[in-house]
Design a binder for this molecule. Sequence first.
Ligand code: PLP
Length: 474
Amino acid sequence: MNTDDLLQRLEELRAHDLPTHGGRTMAYVYDSGLADADELGKRALAMYASTNGLDPTAFPSLLAMERELVGFARTLFHGPSAVGTVTSGGTESILLAVQAARDALPGTADPVMIVPTTIHAAFHKAAHYFGVERVSIDVDPVTKRADPAAMTAAMDAYGDRVVLVAASAPSYAHGVIDPIEAIAAETLRRGLRFHVDACIGGWVLPWAERLGHDVPPWDFRVPGVSSISADLHKYAYTPKGVSLLLHATPYLRKTQYFASADWPGYTMLNATMQSTKSGGPLAAAWAVVNLIGDDGYLDLVRTTLDGTAALADGVEAQEYVRLVVPPDSSLVALETDGTCDVFTISDEMLARGWFVQPQMSFGDMPASLHLTVSAATAPAVPEFLTALAESVQAAVAAGPIVIDDELRGAAMAIDPATLDDEAFDGLLALAGLGAGDGEVTVPDRMAPVNALLDVAPPALREALLIAFLDRLSR
Ligand SMILES: *Cc1c(COP(=O)(O)O)cnc(C)c1O
């Protein structure tokens, strides 16, 4: 194939993806609506695609841009002594925060982290990767915010084993800000590290505060906050592959670094999990952040939060659906009154050009829909509300999806650890994800699949989806 053919093929492949622009994909992507920022980001990405952040002395351009980006964030988060690292995404920032915390207390035989149940699953991954036991504490059943008293009790119960406490500003699933000050007061008294996950809020809350929104303290101004993660590939509207991890002091960052001189090659010296890494995303982020700038983000956040308020009010005015909790920033979670199914609403929205993200039930929390509002969504909120009203009507007409008790009971009884490959093929077929022969498919309508997965215990759901992904990528 020649260049034109390949470019055409790339275009064709993209046609099946969710749209990245237009504000109607309300998870995964973020659209500023600023064509010049998008164009600049792409050019910077391409210009630096082949540079290597492995060695900052070999590519001083990357070091300079990283320092400037961290400098921008340090002012934004009020950390005069803070230092930071550009990472590949929120997950990498969180993995590094957990690893640095664990390794700062090398004598701890069975390290523990204390988190609210609403903490992002990236912390689960970090716990799994780094052998840190995760102690998840129930959030307030009404506000969905972390419970400082219960988290404090856990800090005392686990004592010397605790290497890290974390909370969100805001949480991904519900969009509410945890009581950072109250938790930080307790971590400070005990000399514990406290990470604030502002992956999604970091580029929203500083301007929300300036716009007069009621933003509870969450950044380095709160004594006891020791590190913050903030993703630039979310609300900084930069191309994918960039997040920041800031530590309150250089001392706190020390254990994040890794060096190895114990081999015949170059001395490996890394600040991140990646070693060779493209300078493209960093350069793109540097360019976009400087183009949009402080004033630009102020405008974008104003637009986004006005849009979020209009969307939330509009949801509250509709029948059969309601907010899980009033949003603290730009994320909205909605649930139904039981008359219809969120999974059917999600399918109906997709048919109308809107992607809204289903969230499975968890403990006492029913299944819900997650909506990330970006600046480009704001002008389309009236259309969103029309599509939602129609989708809810369709879902009410269809009625809630009922999983019969026998199937529910069977799902509860399965121990995924005992299943072999064939059993997974059978279960995937039962869930509507395959033909039972090892081939899997993504059905057009996901509601029946989601409703079935929703009754499966989390461990079974995880095992089934891993089996699905494995077959999808064979
Ligand atoms: C997005 C997000 C993450 C994970 O970030 P990735 O960039 O997807 O790896 C972690 N925490 C919160 C609150 C997030 O919104």
